[in-house]
Design a protein around this ligand. Structure first.
Ligand code: WTA
Length: 627
């Protein structure tokens, strides 16, 4: 299998629907490899797992007790060992693992050996706090290397990390700490946003004040002189000082939880998606390797933040499992100027560049002149993630990077752990399509009853378990079951998808009340609860609406309390309130005051009707509408 794919990866083609000269040989060979992988997925995944190191082998590849899966049963492993020791014990010891560039231009470089030393020291420091296997650690850090070190250190000794994106506000952080019952939080004094310091420590102080499970806070102090700390707070450097740079990775059962990552669903409460060491390691390893055709000589640049799943799987775990050289940069694509990323690509000789449609559309607005100023000839494979990429953005990205690099439009979710539908660089591409399921993944597009639609539109589903799938939702197994009970017999992703005559998948957006704003996943119910918690609001309904750059934007409809007036000041106050409750990413761009909301006779708000009206579309079946 590996040989077939590796031979195929040697040639890449970019296929445009108008180009009828496509050499069908590639697709046939790829199809043969894919068909073999899904004919016997257990053998396929076991062969992949064998490329990694296990402390003791598994007895059974899969136990499938619908819808509960266990992979590599009886095997012991540690993802941190595979990210570090496997390379430190090889010629990669002095290979660069991470190049980090700060917003202010600062640069820090870690070889595999150095990264391992830092992680070991941190793991020993964690042990010194008396934390035990299975304890939870919340990591609320900006995009700095300590984030990666802390994640790997937790993994090394069997602690479960819960990374919270540093743009979330105090109440959002608090609810995540509470749900995880974290004993420790690792944070920093400041993050930066376009050069402006953002005080993270005050957010943590507010959140932790209501979280009795937190015993200690560790603070990375970036600014000098360092901010003052209390008795329960330790400075990161002082905390690490004196601890040994040697720490054996704990042999863990392959089903040991590695992390919780909170993501938005259709209710106001975020879900703590649980991933485990063994299967997640196998899934992120092989997808990074094949989707990006990752080689030792590559410099791999993924623009995500480890606060989201893309950062977990494709900045930290997947690339490190492959022994890659990773570039990670703090800050926005257009700060200090729109040449920021192109400059980094030139400076570090980036060969693999994984970004988002929103970032591409933003850079498009600044024009081709910006990428044109830089030498981008080192680029070899490109990637896109998080939301559908429109063909215009695809074409632009393709053109400004030389016109001959394949773009991997990778579709997946926090819950899936790893990329599931994607091209490989050898698969012919169509701009805007994520093409086909990855090896070993049986994905399909079905109707509500679960019948395969063949060609046309329907719901994206996965028909068989896969190693990197979430194992449950922390504290809420019922919600986990929901993914598998929606359409009988399969995992429902919540995405609407179109399948074309070549079997290519075209993801169209969410089928539920989840909005993707600039690729960030936000539940409309979360924004609604934030709005109604404001004293002037009685009721709120939130929808996603197309937006030129961000893909989607949030629009809120609110009913005000009697006597409240619809003034620009009130609208601003409501926006500020949502920012305080949830964070900047969840603030509605538009808020409209209304006197009534469309509801079903049983009182449920019909967001679908609001959305159709907003977009000037037919609202469809409104027989259940109240009046
Ligand atoms: C959407 C992000 C179209 C999709 C990795 C999915 C995409 C949700 C793509 C998961 C893509 C992600 N094309 N849509 N290539 N990638 N999505 O959990 O709606 O933040 O269900 O994971 O993002 O978002 P999440």
């Amino acid at each position: 299998m590996a040989e077939n794919i590796e031979t195929l990866l040697k040639t890449s083609t970019v296929y445009h629907p108008t180009d009828q000269t496509l050499d069908q040989a590639y697709i046939k060979d790829y199809e043969a490899a894919y068909n073999a992988s899904i004919a016997d997925p257990e053998t396929f995944w076991a062969d992949v797992a064998k490329e990694l190191e296990w402390f003791s082998p598994w007895d059974k590849v899969l136990e499938w007790n619908y819808p509960w899966a266990k992979w590599f049963l009886g095997g012991t492993c540690n993802i941190s060992y595979n990210c570090l020791d496997r390379h430190v014990n090889s010629w990669r010891k002095n290979k660069v693992a991470v190049i980090w560039v700060g917003e202010t231009g600062e640069e820090r470089i870690f070889t595999y050996a150095e990264l391992a030393r830092q992680v070991n020291r941190c793991a020993n420091a964690l042990k010194s706090l008396g934390l035990n296997t299975g304890d939870r650690v919340t990591i609320y850090l900006p995009k700095i290397p300590e984030q990666i070190v802390a994640m790997l250190a937790c993994a090394r000794i069997g602690l479960i990390h819960s990374v919270v994106y540093s743009g979330f506000s105090a109440p959002a952080l608090e609810s995540r700490i509470k749900d995880a019952e974290a004993r420790l939080i690792i944070t920093a004094d400041y993050g930066y946003d376009r050069g402006k310091p953002i005080n993270l420590k005050t957010v943590v102080d507010q959140a932790v004040a209501n979280c009795p499970t937190i015993e200690t806070s560790i603070v990375v102090r970036r600014e000098k002189p360092g901010i003052a700390l209390t008795d329960r707070e330790l400075d990161w450097e002082e905390w690490l000082a004196g601890h040994s740079t040697q720490c054996q990775a704990e042999p863990l059962d392959s089903e040991t939880p590695l992390y919780f990552l909170y993501t938005s669903g259709t209710t106001g409460k975020p879900k703590g998606v649980v991933h485990v060491h063994g299967g997640y390691m196998v899934g992120t390893y092989i997808t990074t390797k094949y989707v990006f055709d990752l080689k030792d000589e590559d410099v791999y640049f993924c623009v995500a933040d480890p606060g989201w799943v893309t950062g977990h799987s494709y900045i930290v775990y997947g690339p490190l499992l492959n022994g890659a050289t990773i570039l990670t940069a703090e800050g926005k694509p257009d700060y200090p100027d729109p040449g920021r990323w192109w400059h980094l690509i030139e400076k570090y000789g980036v060969s693999i560049f994984y970004t988002t449609p929103t970032a591409i559309r933003l850079l498009m607005k600044y024009g081709e002149d910006w990428p044109g100023r830089y030498d981008l000839s080192t680029l070899r494979v490109l990637g896109s993630v998080g939301e559908p990429i429109n063909p215009e953005a695809w074409e632009w990205f393709h053109r400004v990077t030389g016109g001959d690099k394949p773009i991997m439009d990778t579709w997946w979710q926090t819950e899936t752990g790893a990329i599931l539908v994607t091209p490989l660089p050898c698969v012919p591409l169509k701009p805007g399509s994520a093409t086909r399921p990855f090896l070993g993944i049986e994905a399909d597009v079905v109707d509500k009853a679960g019948n395969s639609i063949g060609t046309g539109g329907g719901f994206a589903v996965i028909k068989k378990p896969w190693p990197s799938m979430m194992r449950t939702i922390h504290n809420d197994p019922e919600r986990y079951l929901g993914y598998w009970n929606n359409i009988p017999g399969c995992y429902t992703a919540g995405d609407v998808c179109h399948k074309d005559e070549d079997g290519y998948f075209w993801f169209m957006g969410r089928a539920d009340d989840v909005v993707k704003v600039a690729g960030n996943r936000i539940g409309t119910a979360e924004v609604e609860s934030a709005l109604v918690s404001h004293e002037s609001v009685v009721e709120a309904a939130v929808i996603g609406k197309p937006h030129q750059t961000a893909g989607e934007m949030i629009k809120a409809f609110v009913i005000l309390k009697q006597g409240e007036r619809d003034t620009p000041d009130l609208i601003t106050a409501l926006k500020t309130h949502v920012q305080t409750e949830l964070g900047k990413i969840a603030v509605p761009r538009e808020i409209e005051v209304v006197t009534a909301l469309p509801k079903t006779r049983s009182g449920k708000i019909m967001r679908r009707v609001l959305k159709a009206k907003e977009l000037g579309q037919d609202p469809g079946d409104i027989s259940t509408l109240e009046e």
